[in-house]
Design a protein around this ligand. Structure first.
Ligand code: RIB
Ligand code: CA
Length: 311
């Protein structure tokens, strides 16, 4: 039986690759994609989500628009990384598939109430606004969530949007605080692990030589996405962050981490959105997250390539 998932996302080229891997897998049943404001405004993330589905001829996938701003803070976006559209690189036609009229938060709540308890996994690739709003709106969903796998945060790695904070957590730290303190089963893919999953000319070429449309678009996205991060970090490639969430579901043995306590800074302007990770358990606070810090990068890229080749 395929694992039922909801992908909550702010596409974003890396989100797009994650969505394609999920749609390619027979092991996953994507019951819906919920768009959130993040890399670019919601008006673009919801369009991008539909463009990605239509790229691989999946207009049957239900796409919902969610929150257009964080719970308390003003929206911060990342056009400098992802381009004006959020999916710069290859030009994709405007979507023709319809956007669902139901609000994404209501879809998350209704799905969790209607499906068997502990049968639905939430894959969060952007700021956690939609998921936190759903928990606030209907706390009964929390024990019904099978697990939340999210890309966000950083521990031994420094922040990528401020010296202290990773972008997804920084944009909506109050939402992150709700999710991390909810009691739900949370697995975190932080910069500590995504910075080991770097694109390279060979890895991008492997996408391109797949020979299908999806492979060439993924190669173009990776090339566009890479130009910013290589300049910023001086790395030889760009971290392909969000597909780590889907890859963990498909092949958990690629990853390793540790159950730790994670708290979110929501007061200090200097360190807003900092994930305070008690890696050495010095506070004795209860562990609330599996914090991943290792990935087998070659096998990770092989998994992405193998799945994109099926599209
Ligand atoms: O910090 C990286 C994260 O922020 C990724 O999810 C990327 O898509 C952006 O949302
Ligand atoms: Ca994202």
């Amino acid at each position: 039986m395929a694992q039922k998932i909801i992908i909550d996302t702010d596409p974003g080229q890396d989100d797009a690759v994650a969505i394609l891997v999920a749609l390619a897998s027979e092991e996953l049943d994507v019951i819906g994609i919920t768009a959130v404001a993040g890399n670019v405004p919601l008006s673009l993330t919801e369009v991008n989500a539909r463009k990605i589905c239509e790229l691989v001829k999946r207009p049957d996938i239900r796409v919902f628009a969610g929150c257009d701003r964080p719970m308390r803070r003003p929206l911060v976006t990342a056009e400098n990384v992802h381009g004006k559209t959020g999916l710069d690189g290859p030009r994709l036609p405007p979507p023709t598939m319809t956007l669902q009229s139901l609000h994404a938060v209501d879809f998350i709540v209704q799905s969790l109430l209607e499906h068997d308890a502990q049968s639905l996994t939430l894959c969060a690739l952007g700021p956690l606004t939609n998921i936190a709003q759903a928990m606030d709106q209907e706390p009964r969903i929390i024990p019904r969530i099978q697990q939340i796998i999210l890309m966000g945060g950083a521990n031994f790695e420094r922040g990528n949007v401020t010296p202290a904070a990773e972008f997804n957590i920084y944009v909506d730290p109050h939402a992150a605080d709700i999710v991390f303190s909810s009691g739900a089963s949370v697995t975190v893919m932080p910069l500590d692990v995504t910075h080991q999953a770097l694109t390279s000319p060979e890895r991008i070429q492997a996408f391109r030589t797949i020979g299908n449309r999806a492979g060439s678009v993924v190669a173009d996205w990776a090339s566009f996405f890479e130009r910013f991060d290589t300049a910023k970090y001086g790395m030889e490639g760009a971290p392909l962050h969000d597909p780590c969430v889907i890859a963990y579901l498909l092949e958990p043995s690629l990853f390793a981490g540790k159950q730790v306590n994670v708290e979110i800074e929501t007061e200090s302007n200097l360190t807003m959105g900092f994930t305070v990770v008690d890696w050495w358990n010095v506070t004795k606070r209860k562990a609330n997250a599996m914090f991943i810090n290792k990935v087998d990068a070659p096998r990770y890229f092989d998994l992405i390539t193998q799945h994109v080749a099926k599209l």
